[in-house]
Design a protein around this ligand. Structure first.
Ligand code: IPE
Ligand code: IPE
Ligand code: MG
Length: 247
């Protein structure tokens, strides 16, 4: 399953270790075909598979997918329910294949708001894939960047109140340890599909120095070649982190 792009990616040592994706455009994909929105979400599952395969082929170690945001709870109940059912379906159908491929699944977000059937499906897929070492797949569900930072403030305040932490000891490292992503490095590359130039409350802390790649492709049409193109573009970027380029 080789392509020219994968050879070019491998020629460069700088493969992004962590790629995050805002999977957007399912509704528009369905609308363009006169179909109901939920069929766009269902079609989006192919793009999830393509991205996982693309990440493995390229040697990416962490893939983080924004699947459902805090604000998405405000969508019509039928759409929320269709998305939760799709998640259950994914967990049931793909768990075994992901395990075989060495993918370890983590689900991050405010899961208290998620219904019990979906929570059980999440537990099943995380349990059955535990220990996979090829790729870590983070599914961000009921996740919002602001909510995550408010939660961080609460966790740190509680530690101060319990006498475990002095306010002077609060620094970037301490805050980072309270985030859902505490045990993974920040994304090197963020891909957003469907041509929207915004981050929609995704990983506000973690994206501080992430390279952004925005493609007009709608999520259900996103394939591994689109994933490889994003990586190739990333490999031509000059990441300076606020400093100057070494001569
Ligand atoms: C992304 O597609 C899926 C989720 C946000 C859950 P959308 O449903 O946002 O599709 P558009 O943006 O309306 O086309
Ligand atoms: C962002 O997409 C959330 C996810 C991809 C899960 P949205 O479609 O919800 O974002 P907006 O409304 O275009 O900003
Ligand atoms: Mg959208």
């Amino acid at each position: 399953m080789s392509s020219d792009n994968i050879d070019r990616i491998r020629l460069c040592s700088d493969v992004p270790e962590h790629v995050a994706i805002i999977m957007d455009g399912n509704g528009r994909w369905a609308g363009e075909r006169g179909l109901p929105r939920h069929l766009g979400h269902r079609e989006g599952m192919n793009a999830v598979r393509e991205s996982v395969e693309g990440a493995i082929a390229a040697g990416v170690q962490i893939l983080t997918l924004f699947a459902f945001s805090t604000e998405n709870w405000n969508r019509p109940p039928q759409e929320v329910s269709a998305l939760m059912q799709l998640l259950q379906h994914y967990a049931r159908r793909e768990g075994e294949e992901l395990r075989k491929r060495g993918v370890e699944v983590h689900v991050l977000g405010e899961l208290d708001r998620v219904d019990s059937a979906t929570r059980r499906a999440i537990e099943t897929i995380t349990d059955s894939t535990r220990g996979g070492i090829t790729l870590r797949l983070n599914l961000m569900i009921s996740y919002g960047g602001r909510e995550e930072l408010v939660r961080a403030a609460r966790i740190l305040s509680e530690r101060v109140r319990a006498g475990e932490l002095d306010p002077d000891e609060i620094n970037e490292d301490e805050l980072q340890k309270t985030l859902f992503t505490r045990d993974v490095r920040e994304p090197d590359l963020l891909i957003r599909t469907s041509g929207e130039f915004r981050i929609s409350n995704f990983m506000l802390w973690q994206l501080a120095y992430t390279e952004l790649h925005i493609t007009r492709v709608l999520w259900p049409d996103f394939g591994r070649e689109d994933f490889f193109e994003a990586i190739l573009e990333y490999q031509n970027r000059d990441r300076r982190f606020g400093s100057v380029r070494s001569q």
